[in-house]
Design a protein around this ligand. Structure first.
Ligand code: IPM
Ligand code: MN
Length: 351
């Protein structure tokens, strides 16, 4: 019996999570695993009412769960940074979810802005470091509001944090039977931080002699993701670069409507989410694409070892994509709830 914490969150989060949970329920009936969910109403509305983003008691509860399923974080009525740091990053950090795993896979029949590229060209995974880098909040502002103002945002790279991320990436590359791991950095400028990354990469790489070690600067990675995405199999990178290149990745795989990710602590509780954000302008309109949230369920089940269920979901995602006019909100040719309902049928047929 899996215990899953559900945090629908802000904006369209609750709408897509609702559909994701329908799929979870349907696939559980097909393959026979059991789960229960515990719902948490954290997000912008609760913050505006109570001033609370995420109490420590919730973190303690999350630690006892098998997984967390998150919708979206971000509320137009809340100043930027409060929910991001107080809720999303707080979960990632407090549960030490040190990997952010983001597949970039173009499914057949899905439109990509890259002309002349197809599913055989766009199929790689980004392993993003998820607890350090520019995200820790180390730094400060002095002389604020004066002409002499100074703002420093520290980039934290610990040997332990970098090494465990790189080791995860190598191990993942091996387990997925991929041949090449690309380290995406800016070692030509960040000669301290990314020197550490390069050395850790080379040292850990010795444990994986069969995996080709590839190096690319982040600016070049952006160029090649557009020009030659087929060059990439697995990319490992720091927190900030991973954030940026996975939005680009989402676009070449068809859009935010399909992009999902896992915040992973291999020894603890992991969290799965569509990466698209809360999309305030589509909230409540029943037009948002729930496929990313459904793919997040697939990743969660893969992680929990429910391989057959995960495969069934992916097969159904592929069929669903092929039928949609577009993956973008409002342009699918279906409503959000239609997609979720149709899914239950698909899964049962696939059984
Ligand atoms: C993401 C998001 C978050 C990030 C924001 C909301 C803090 O953009 O998951 O990619 O930067 O990690
Ligand atoms: Mn992002």
């Amino acid at each position: 019996m899996y215990k899953i914490a559900v945090v629908p969150g802000d904006g369209t989060g609750p709408e897509v999570v609702r559909e994701g949970l329908k799929v979870l329920k349907a696939v559980a009936e097909v393959t026979g695993f059991k789960f229960e969910t515990v719902n948490y109403d954290f997000g912008g509305d609760r913050y505006l009412k109570t001033g609370e983003t995420l109490p420590d008691s919730a973190i303690a509860e999350f630690k006892e769960m098998d997984a967390i399923y998150l919708g979206a974080v971000g509320h137009p009525g809340v100043e930027p940074g409060i929910l991001e740091k107080g809720l999303l990053l707080k979960i990632r950090f407090a549960l030490d979810q040190y990997i952010n795993l983001r597949p970039v896979k173009l499914y057949p029949g899905v439109w990509t802005p890259l002309r002349d590229k197809g599913p055989e060209d766009i199929n790689f995974v980004v392993v993003r470091e998820n607890t350090e880098g520019l995200y820790t909040g180390v730094g400060g502002i002095t002389k604020k509001g004066t002409p002499d103002e100074v703002a420093i945002q520290g980039m934290v790279n610990t040997r332990k944090g970098v090494e465990r991320c790189i080791r995860y990436a190598f191990q993942y590359t091996k387990e997925q039977k991929r041949k090449k791991l690309t380290l995406c950095d800016k070692a030509n400028v960040l000669t301290y931080a990314h020197d550490l990354w390069r050395r850790a990469f080379e040292e850990v790489g010795k444990e994986y002699p069969d995996i080709e070690k590839d190096y690319a600067f982040v600016d070049a990675v952006c160029m090649w993701m557009v020009k030659n995405p087929e060059w990439f199999e697995v990319i490992v990178t720091c927190n900030m670069f991973g954030d940026i290149i996975t939005d680009l990745g989402a676009m070449i795989q068809g859009g935010m409507g399909i992009a999902a990710g896992g915040n992973i602590n291999p020894e603890g509780t992991s969290m799965f989410e569509p990466i698209g954000g809360s999309a305030p302008k589509y909230t409540g309109k029943n037009v948002i694409n729930p496929l990313a949230a459904i793919s997040a369920v697939q990743m969660m089940l893969e992680y929990l070892g429910e391989t057959k269920s995960a495969l069934l979901i992916e097969e159904a995602v592929i069929k669903t994509c092929g039928k949609m006019k577009s993956l973008s909100a409002g342009k699918m040719g279906y409503t959000t709830t239609e997609v979720g309902t149709w899914w239950q049928v698909l899964l049962k047929k696939n059984k």
